[in-house]
Design a protein. Sequence first.
Length: 452
Amino acid sequence: MNILSQKFILSSILFLTSDISIIKIKIMKIHEYQAREIFARYEIPVLQGEVCTTPEHAKEIAQKLKKSVVIKAQVQVGGRGKAGGIKLAKNPEEAEKLAKDILGMQIKGIPVEKIMVAEAIDIKEELYIGMVIDRARKKIVLMTSEAGGVEIEEVARETPDKIHKVEVDPLIGLKGFQIQKLIAPLFEGLANLKVCPTSKEKGQELPPDLTKTHPSLKVKAEAFTYPGSKEAFTYPGSKKLGQETGSIIRKLYQAFVENSCSLAEINPLVITNEGKLLACDTKINIDDNALFREELANLRDPNAEDPLELEARQSDLSYVGLDGNVACIVNGAGLAMTTMDLIKLEGGEPANFLDVGGSSSPTKVVNAMRIILTNKNVRSILINIFGGITRCDDIAAGIIEAMNKMEVPYPIVVRLTGTNQEKACEMLANTDLHFASSFTEGVKKAIELAKK
Ligand code: GDP
Ligand code: MN
């Protein structure tokens, strides 16, 4: 396996997202409210609420719920809370006003078109439950954490010991002992903790030795105090909470499998002040290969997609935008991955993944070039073609057509080899393209030119 796909898997499974761009190929994201509906069908406890597109409707929903509500922007990115896309409203009028604000917002460049109006809850603890596919190992990786509520990548970076993992073989299924392994660390600290929340002791810090002996302990000072009182008792309901969490994990796993998910996540899974569990934020990504299933394909929201990726899909190209400055146009997903690998290995940063596919047509190259040129980070372009079914002369015709149709302000490095290579080179002889006779040479040149 090549380095990048290995790192891709590692970074998406273990969240080792140091300097590696996560490449998400072949997934379809859906909205929080859609994932919430799916989870509800599996009897996972979710927030009461409804989705809407106008402030007036938001007010009506708040009136129906008869309590404080949260207004949640429905955009397919994480960290909406931090970005101001989640607001608490105490009454229907406030809900209307905040809905108006949020509907006028952009979050990470995406305009908010829908909002969810949901019951507000009193949060005592925030847990994390999630699962993803590890393609290389052919397993489903389940994860839990007592540090829910923040993005799990951040937990992985800062406190990796707070993430608990098991691998499930999909042919064997999820077993009880695995669930136990996932929930024990979330609750053991609480279960063993003797606490006595007298009014006198409220607000006091835990003695440091106790947090040392119970590293997974996450205690909020206002809710718990230190032990030693004669009335000390164990954290109420921790056993019941453990069992309920286990049941939610089992339901989530079933939802994951039956809906062809590549990711399913509850973050946070909240323990409320009354000791109830509630899925407060719900997320699902669906494997593109399952989109022949109409009920899944219908969940797609074209307005929510990255416009470049949407355009690429409509032109029959696979495009994924990245943060680097060396753009690539490659035939075949494997070669495209390897090209990004080599760019990284040689010290450069790819600006995108782009696969023009196996069969060639000049139009595809023209479309590819147009999409690439809308990425403002690009400084050089590497066209790397291994001609099998793809004919190099078709690619050359596409390059010429693209250069006639649009202004390409960046140097283009071309490495063409295989079917009709000679003809392609003749066609391109009078251009100011940079030619490379090998893959490595092409990559090095493109990186060098990007620096200028
Ligand atoms: P994200 O920022 O996109 O992950 O959106 P979330 O739905 O996970 O919300 C972010 C954070 O907002 C949660 O972790 C909670 O701490 C907080 N939050 C969301 N809903 C409520 C609520 O009803 N009550 C309270 N007190 N906090 C909430
Ligand atoms: Mn969240």
